[in-house]
Ligand binder design. Sequence first.
Ligand code: ADP
Ligand code: ADP
Ligand code: MG
Length: 472
Amino acid sequence: MIKKILIANRGEIAVRIVRACSEMGIKSVAIYSDADRHALHVKKADESYNIGSDPVIGYLNAHNLVNLAVASGCDALHPGYGFLSENPVLAEICAKRDIIFIGPSAEVIQQMGDKIEARKAMIAAGIPVIPGSEHNLESVEEACELAKNIGYPVMLKATNGGGGRGIRRCNSEEELIPNYDRVVSEAGKAFGKPEVFLEKCIVNPKHIEVQILGDRFGNVVHLFERDCSIQRRNQKLIEIAPSPQLSDSQRRYIGDLAVEAAKAVSYVNAGTVEFLLDSDNQFYFMEMNTRLQVEHTITETITGIDIVQEQIRIASGLPLQYKQEDIRHWGYAMEFRINAEDPKNGFLPSFGRITRYYAPGGPGVRTDAAMYSGYVIPPYYDSMCAKLTVWNLTWESVVERGRRALDDMVVYGVKTTIPYYQEILQHKEFRAGTFDTSFVEMHPELTHYVVKPPKDRLAAAISAAIAAHLGL
Ligand code: ADP
Ligand code: ADP
Ligand code: MG
């Protein structure tokens, strides 16, 4: 069994992994850049090591991280999400140095990280895949030719993309031609690889993804689906499990399909198979994420299964402790990504000092945060500073619980997406449980809320003054 884990990440996900370690009696080792010296994950882990003055480079240096894991007596490394989590080189170096990588093999990370290779593997396995390229595009002429065959609108996508970046919808050849160079350049800048491909654009689809777990003995189970259709610019904002938009037979179908997809690539550890559901109720494979996802919390909430602990058990070589028929889901869970952004100003990041933070509480409420009162959010990283997950028995009651918990949550000092989410929860389409990936774009008026003044301004001012005085 694994005894000590280096957490090659930061923020809320590093805190999440520390918690799993602690419950399993495993020691945790945090890493931090100078900018993260006062970060919560550093305070929570058993040990911590500085990885340099640059805010980002240290988190991306696979060799150094594995050296540090060896030097600090770790037997395993957890990559979290983002950073090097889908970089096959890290998994490879770990394998060479006898450090257990908590994730799938380097080969599978490589294969599924390349969306063309992933599509090929799924087509070979008989999984329905969005119609599109069979290989990377060589030129804009080839793109136009293929788009004509597929039919507009089409999606131009970075082959090695992630995080919703490097994706553009093209409604006509006039749009495709200029977008081609743009996406090639975005892909090169964001992912270091300029390859792009085309897919048919599924108009106003629902994003339905399935959480799977596979062990080293070929067993694969699914933990049901998540509906991540509430997105802005292809980035998820609110996620729901199970989807209020699926029938039981659709749920069974998609769960089985995800297990088949995972088995087709001999998948080991936790992973997610993402699908789009079109208006004719047809599911299409979109991509597979070979790591823990941001929104794993809602699946944990409806199934009671701790996915991070399962990841660690699987990586230790243990067989899955659940058969498919042992896995049940109960009620509905909803996650809100609390981003330090100003929805009223184009979702511009709003970094700075959190003068006051109260986590919401009460029944059916979970927070995964990387902040505390007095914490200064550094400007170098993702703007997500917390995740709020709520649970309740029915769809109607989980919406109410979300509203109440968002109201309970106090974050002063920076602007956040909290008031925006309150507006979404009031919207009748959302409340009716019928929405697709166009919801956010179709409702720009939801950012026109009036900001309420804090209920306890004086207390906020005093805690800000104390925090500043202590140099927190
Ligand atoms: P999830 O797939 O878990 O819902 P996101 O797509 O929101 O999560 O990504 C989580 C984090 O990981 C974000 O900070 C995102 O920018 C980053 N990320 C995801 N994929 C990649 C990638 N291929 N390259 C770089 N960063 C990525
Ligand atoms: P990433 O790796 O960045 O997560 P995905 O391929 O998962 O990229 O796509 C992210 C989002 O972009 C999807 O959830 C969906 O909203 C939108 N999208 C991607 N491909 C298509 C498509 N072919 N048709 C319609 N929407 C798409
Ligand atoms: Mg995706």
